[in-house]
Write a protein that binds this ligand. Structure first.
Ligand SMILES: *Cc1c(COP(=O)(O)O)cnc(C)c1O
Length: 407
């Protein structure tokens, strides 16, 4: 940063503080300033002609291709994703999902999607992609034998993964799922929002494209919508081309906020993970709780794979009440005083949300599923643990659960 060579082998926490801060972008201040602009001015006609012909993601051209504020954030995200050549930014996580799928799929293609994928990804597959002539089938990511058979028979061009799965938090064997996909020439894409590359280096684990909603951990303060996708070449080039064709652009103010969040992401994630593990363990002992779905717990069916493949987690997990009805979930959530009721997660403030995962599933909600009831068939509550003191959150959960006994 002082102009010398970057030392080799820096660990993630150190890289997070330095990534993307090129001196030509930051000038004399620590962070890349907000470069607000649509028109970029050239010194001469010769310079304009040179710039127009170059397809460098960090090249002044026109506002739609961004400016140093966005380039700096994209470069920082690339630097924390081992194996990535570049990162594309999108105005939301859902826009990133669309950007990834449209970059790799064409009419007549086939997509395999994990049955516990984030619901808007499912809707995109069964709606927009179906309309574009792409056929999607859903699969149980825990049933490797059935998946291998499906890949061989259906011959998908792409496989969409999420680890752990949305709402029900099953951990799947991503290296093996991606290996099988690659053996059949399918690209594997992963929604890596839960762990981020700090907890799950997705490209190193065999995936070809790693996508994230930056609205969650990177933003970290519940005041920002953004998404990203990182890849090696040649897929990065396809992601970028598709995003340019779709006119995807993020505002420099938002990019500066996201970059600010990124600098503290590791300490926030470590704190909320520690607190979530403690709260999940406490919940598992409560008589009103039937099941906690949290791979941080040693008793969780996904913990062995979590321990093998992850280097960190986050504060998001779910639990099923003994009574198992949606009204009871609503009453518990209403009785909580320190948890907000709302969508999204990964902010500094804790959130609680009644969920009904089985409504969104095709194969995993089947009672004959070989892995039994993994929680996908019953209403539950999802918690996003923030940065409050964990003991205060436990006391709040205790009083809310106690109120259930009175009802
Ligand atoms: C929130 C979320 C998204 C979508 O991100 P937005 O920024 O809200 O559009 C994608 N995947 C997962 C797993 C999410 O939780």
């Amino acid at each position: 940063m002082s102009g010398g060579e970057e030392p080799e082998g820096l660990r993630a926490a150190t890289r997070l503080t330095r990534a993307g801060r090129r001196p030509e972008w930051t000038g004399r201040v620590v962070n890349t300033p907000v470069w607000r602009g649509s028109t970029h001015l050239y010194a001469s006609e010769a310079e304009r002609r040179r710039a127009g012909g170059r397809d460098d993601p960090a090249q002044f051209f026109y506002g739609r291709r961004g400016a140093p504020t966005q380039w700096s954030l994209a470069e920082a995200l690339t630097e924390i994703e081992p194996g990535a050549h570049g990162t594309v930014l999108y105005p939301s996580g859902v826009a990133a999902i669309a950007g990834c799928l449209l970059a790799v799929l064409s009419p007549g293609d086939r997509l395999l999607m994990s049955d516990n994928a984030y619901d808007p990804a499912r809707s995109m597959a069964t709606g927009l992609l179906a309309r574009m002539g792409v056929e999607t089938r859903f699969f149980d990511p825990l049933d490797l034998a059935a998946y291998a058979g499906l890949v061989a028979e259906f011959r998908p061009q792409a496989v969409w993964l999420e680890n752990p799965g949305s709402l029900t938090m099953e951990v799947c064997d991503v290296p093996e799922l991606a290996r099988i996909a690659r053996a059949h020439d399918a690209v594997s894409l992963i929604d890596n929002t839960w762990a981020s590359p700090l907890g799950f280096p997705a490209l190193e684990r065999g995936c070809d494209i790693a996508m994230m909603s930056l609205s969650k951990h990177v933003g970290g303060h519940s005041d920002l919508m953004m998404g990203s996708a990182s890849a090696a070449e040649p897929l990065f080039g396809r992601l970028r081309r598709t995003a340019l064709d779709l006119g995807q652009v993020v505002s420099p103010d938002d990019a500066a906020l996201a970059a600010r969040g990124l600098r503290t992401m590791q300490v926030r994630l470590a704190a909320s993970t520690r607190s979530a593990a403690r709260i999940a363990a406490w919940l598992a002992e409560q008589p009103q709780v039937a099941r906690v779905m949290c791979p941080l717990l040693e008793s969780d069916p996904g913990h062995a794979l979590y321990a093998r493949d992850f280097t960190g987690g986050c504060g998001l997990f779910s639990f099923v009440l003994e009574t198992g009805d949606m009204d009871a979930s609503g009453r518990v959530v209403d009785a909580l005083k320190l948890f907000g009721i709302g969508y999204s997660w990964g902010g500094y403030e804790s959130l609680a949300l009644p969920i009904a995962p089985h409504v969104h599933r095709t194969v995993m909600a089947s009672p004959t599923r070989p892995h039994g009831d993994a929680g996908a068939t019953r209403p539950a509550i999802r918690l996003s643990i923030g940065l409050e003191d964990g003991e205060d959150l436990i006391a709040d959960l205790a009083q809310a659960l106690a109120r259930m006994d009175e009802a």
